[in-house]
Design a protein around this ligand. Structure first.
Ligand code: AMP
Ligand code: MG
Length: 539
C-alpha cells in the first residue's frame, strides 16, 4: 500500500495554467543522480500548510529534487523577456526553473518553483542546472531577507546531487525549491509588448490584477493627457504611440492603477534593501517581481564596510547596479514596465504620473526606516542633515554597515545606563568582542562629534524613554546579515558534504536581531587580510 501524499491534499489547480498556452511550456523536470536534502525550512513548509514531518519523507525529496512531479501539480516553464544591464535582451524565460504547481496554504496560495531541475525551451545556451555554491547562497539569502522582514521569494528546500556541472571549474548540481504567490516579472509584460500582442498583455495584466491587485479595479482616476511617447529609449519596443487598439479610458484605468501599485511596492522594497546594505547585483527587468518581492538571488551582497558605490557583482564592471544606484535603477525598470503597459494604455500622462509617484514613495519609506534605525520617534528639521552626515562619516571610514547601526544603540553617553546594563535589561550578551560605535570609524573624533549632535537630538525627542528607544533600535538594526565570507563557510562545508553550517546560519538568520552568545564571529566584519571573495553572474 502506498502512503498518502503530503502534497496532494494541499495542491490546487495551477492558476497560472489558466492563462493561454502562449505563456508557458508544459514539460517534466530532469531528475538528478542521488539527490540529498541539504536543508528544508519548517517555517516555509508551515506557510504552505505542510507538516514538519513531511520534510523527512521520500515523497518530499522526490518532489523538491525534481525526481517526480508534484502530485496534483502541473509542471511548466514560463516565458518572459527583459532588459539586461540596460540593453534589450529579447526572449529569456525560465531557462532553469520549473513551476510545479500551486499550494493552498493557511494564509494564501503559493506557487512552488524548482531552480536547477533541468533544461527548458528557454534555456538558450544554458544547461538548466544550478550549482551547490549559488544554491546555498540563494537558500540562505532568502531566509536572511525573510528574517529581516523584507519581501522576498521564500526558499522551501535545498537539495544537492552528484551530477557534475561545468562553470569556471567543475562543480556539482543542486536544486532550490522556492515559493511565492507568483513569479511574474516586469519582463513578463515586456515580452508581449515587444511582440506587439496587446491582447496577451491585457490577459496578463488582468490576471495579475484579479489575483494580486484587485483594488486596482476600484480606484478611479481621470486620464486625460495627449498621447506622447514616454520613453526616449529606442532600444525597447519602438514607438508605441499608436497601438491601433480600441481600449476606452474606462477599460484601461485598472492598468494605470496596476502600475501605481507596483511603483509603490517597488519603491518600498528599494528602501528596505538600502537600509540593510543589501545589493541585488543583477537588477535586470527579468529579475524584478511584479509583486515587489526580492527575486533571483545571484551575485548579491550585504555590504561589510560602507561604500555607496559598492558593486557586489564582479561582472558589473560599470557599476550599473552599485548600492547607491539601486533606487534609480528600479525606477528605470518601472519605466520599462510603463512602456510595456503603453501597449494597452493609449495615453501617456497617467503612466507618467504613476511613475512620478516613485520618488516621494521611496523617500518617505527611507525616512520612516532611517528614523527607526536611529531611534527617532519624530522627524524634525535637521534630521536629514544628521543622517547625511552619518553616511558621510561611514563612507570616509568605510565603517561596517551593519555594526554602525547596531552599535549606535549601545553608544556610551546616550543614556544613563552602562552597556552592561543595556545588555542585561534588553537581552543579549554579544558586544564583548565587537567594536564599539566610535571604534568603527577611522575618524574617531568625527564619530564622537557626530554622537554629541545625535545625543542632543535625542534630548528633543518628545516621549521616548531610553529603554523604549534602544529596544526599538535593536529590533530594526540586525546583528547578523549574510556576509559573503560567512556564506562562504556554509558553501565550503556543504561542498564537503557537511550541511551543519547551513543549518547554523539558517537558525541565526531566522532572527537576525537576537544576539546569540558565542556567535560573535558571525556578526563581525571579515578579518583583516581575509581573501577578497569575487561573486559573479556564474551560478
Ligand atoms: P539570471 O541572470 O540568473 O536572472 O538569468 C537570466 C536568464 O538566463 C534567465 O532566462 C535564466 O533562466 C537563464 N539562465 C541562467 N542560467 C541558466 C542555466 N544554467 N541554464 C539555463 N538557463 C539559464
Ligand atoms: Mg533571473
Amino acid at each position: 500500500m502506498t502512503s498518502p501524499s503530503c502534497f496532494e491534499p494541499l495542491v490546487k489547480a495551477n492558476t497560472f495554467a489558466s492563462l493561454p498556452s502562449d505563456f508557458y511550456t508544459r514539460l517534466p523536470t530532469t531528475p538528478l543522480t542521488a539527490p540529498r536534502l541539504v536543508h528544508a525550512s519548517a517555517e516555509v513548509a508551515a506557510v504552505l500548510g505542510l507538516p514538519t514531518e513531511a520534510l523527512d519523507t521520500q515523497e518530499f525529496l522526490d518532489v523538491v529534487s525534481g525526481t517526480k512531479p508534484m502530485p496534483g501539480g502541473d509542471t511548466m516553464a514560463a516565458v518572459y523577456s527583459g532588459h539586461q544591464f540596460g540593453v534589450w535582451a529579447g526572449q529569456l524565460g525560465d531557462g532553469r526553473a520549473h513551476l510545479l504547481g500551486e499550494i493552498q496554504g493557511p494564509d494564501g496560495s503559493f506557487e512552488v518553483q524548482l531552480k536547477g531541475a533541468g533544461m527548458t525551451p528557454y534555456s538558450r545556451m544554458g544547461d538548466g542546472r544550478a550549482v551547490l555554491r549559488s544554491s546555498v547562497r540563494e537558500y540562505l539569502a532568502s531566509h536572511a531577507m525573510r528574517g529581516l522582514g523584507i519581501p522576498t521569494t521564500q526558499a522551501l528546500s535545498l537539495v544537492s546531487a552528484r551530477n557534475p556541472v561545468r562553470r569556471e571549474t567543475l562543480e556539482t548540481a543542486a536544486v532550490v525549491a522556492r515559493v511565492a504567490p507568483s513569479f511574474i516579472r516586469f519582463g513578463s509584460f515586456e515580452h508581449w509588448a515587444a511582440r506587439r500582442r496587446p491582447d496577451l498583455l491585457r490577459v496578463l495584466a488582468d490576471y495579475v490584477i484579479d489575483r494580486f491587485y484587485p483594488e486596482c479595479r476600484d480606484e478611479s482616476h481621470s486620464s486625460t493627457a495627449a498621447d506622447t511617447r514616454i520613453s526616449d529609449d529606442t532600444s525597447t519596443v519602438g514607438d508605441i504611440s499608436t497601438t491601433g487598439d480600441t481600449t476606452t479610458a474606462k477599460d484601461y484605468e485598472p492598468y494605470v492603477q496596476l502600475l501605481r501599485a507596483v511603483v509603490r511596492r517597488t519603491a518600498t522594497l528599494m528602501a528596505s534593501w538600502q537600509v540593510v546594505g543589501f545589493c541585488h547585483g543583477v537588477m535586470n527587468t527579468d529579475n524584478m517581481s511584479i509583486l515587489g518581492v526580492t527575486l533571483d538571488y545571484g551575485p548579491y551582497g550585504f555590504m561589510d564596510g560602507f561604500d555607496a558605490k559598492h558593486i557586489c557583482n564582479h561582472t558589473d564592471s560599470g557599476g550599473r547596479y552599485a548600492w547607491h544606484a539601486q533606487p534609480a535603477v528600479a525606477h528605470w525598470n518601472l519605466y520599462q514596465l510603463a512602456n510595456s503597459l503603453h501597449e494597452i494604455v493609449p495615453e501617456t500622462e497617467p503612466l507618467k504620473a504613476a511613475l512620478d509617484e516613485y520618488e516621494a514613495c521611496f523617500l518617505g519609506a527611507m525616512q520612516a526606516r532611517m528614523s527607526q534605525k536611529l531611534g527617532l520617534s519624530t522627524w524634525q528639521a535637521g534630521d536629514e542633515t544628521l543622517i547625511d552626515d552619518l553616511w558621510s562619516l561611514m563612507q570616509a571610514s568605510h565603517a561596517d554597515f551593519t555594526l554602525t547601526f547596531r552599535q549606535l544603540a549601545y553608544a556610551p553617553g546616550l543614556t544613563q545606563a552602562s552597556q552592561e546594563q543595556i545588555e542585561r535589561d534588553l537581552g543579549g550578551t554579544v558586544n564583548a568582542n565587537l567594536l564599539p560605535f566610535v571604534d568603527l570609524f577611522v575618524d574617531r573624533a568625527g564619530a564622537q562629534a557626530w554622537l554629541s549632535r545625535y545625543s542632543a537630538r535625542l534630548c528633543s525627542d518628545p516621549t521616548q524613554h531610553w529603554q523604549e528607544r534602544v529596544a526599538g533600535m535593536l529590533a530594526v538594526n540586525p546583528l547578523y546579515v549574510l556576509r559573503n565570507h560567512i556564506a562562504q563557510q556554509a558553501i565550503e562545508a556543504a561542498e564537503k558534504g557537511d550541511f551543519s553550517e547551513v543549518e547554523r546560519q539558517y537558525e541565526l538568520l531566522r532572527d537576525p536581531f537576537q544576539a546569540r552568545a558565542g556567535l560573535e564571529a558571525y556578526a563581525a566584519a571579515p578579518p583583516a587580510g581575509a581573501p577578497h571573495l569575487e561573486v559573479s553572474c556564474s551560478s
